[in-house]
Design a protein around this ligand. Structure first.
Ligand SMILES: C[S@@+](CC[C@H](N)C(=O)[O-])C[C@H]1O[C@@H](n2cnc3c(N)ncnc32)[C@H](O)[C@@H]1O
Length: 209
């Protein structure tokens, strides 16, 4: 275990996955100033804590986090109970460190079920900012994208992580075990309702029209 981000409060993060995204997110969040946010895939809470810190310094916010805390194919499932404990600890510290209150909703669930439930509960076109970083399997990413898009308001932004991520398999890439084909299919099928924002390619950002 290393402290990947030594910024106060001292979080417990085991990786630096999210560090590269901070400059782009800072720009997007400063312009969008989202109040209602949703994240699919929280793990230890690095992206969650960044949202809490940046937005909680500006205004009171609502943040929904969806995760099974069972890990995906790329994770060691046995370590996930500790990962979940770190998420709880890190997000608590982040919420306590900011000036404004954070209404944090934790949905420990498969993302398709949780997103459909939010839709049924009346969250259609509700969120200003949505981050998709859950399962990296193409069919799951497609379901997350299609369901989450219905929860995004017009003018809201949805970000996808790991656009170019793929497993290093002996036979080469498996198109069904990576996010890119799903994100491409989602963007193509919704092209009348969104625009792709210019950004470095590891993440894709779309704005709902
Ligand atoms: C790459 S990690 C998220 C990283 C996190 N955004 C960060 O900044 O550190 C992916 C997370 O998605 C979760 N996950 C994988 N498949 C899922 C599914 N079908 N539904 C909900 N969560 C899922 C895993 O448990 C894992 O915690």
């Amino acid at each position: 275990m290393s402290l990947a981000d030594s910024a106060s409060p001292p979080y417990e993060f085991s990786n630096t996955w999210f560090a590269f995204a901070k400059p782009v997110w800072s720009q997007i969040l400063a312009q969008l100033r989202p109040v209602k946010m949703l994240e699919v895939g929280s793990y230890e809470g690095q992206s969650t804590c960044f949202l809490i810190e940046t937005q909680g310094a500006r205004q009171a916010c609502e943040l929904h986090c969806i995760d099974t805390w069972q890990g995906g194919i790329e994770h060691d499932g046995a370590s996930m109970p500790l990962v979940e404990q770190r998420f709880q600890k890190n997000t608590k510290a982040a919420c306590q460190s900011v000036e404004h209150s954070i209404d944090l909703h934790i949905h420990k669930s498969r993302s398709d079920l949780a997103l459909a439930q939010l839709f049924v509960q009346g969250y259609e076109a509700y969120f200003d900012f949505i981050y998709i970083d859950g399962s990296h399997q193409a069919p799951d990413v497609l379901a997350d994208a299609v369901l989450a898009f219905r929860l995004l308001r017009a003018g809201g932004i949805m970000a996808f992580d790991d656009y170019l991520w793929a497993e290093n398999l002996p036979g080469g890439m498996d198109l069904l075990r990576m996010p890119k084909p799903a994100i491409d299919a989602f963007v193509n099928l919704h092209f009348r309702q969104l625009r792709v924002l210019p950004a470095p390619q590891r993440q894709i950002y779309i704005e709902k029209l």
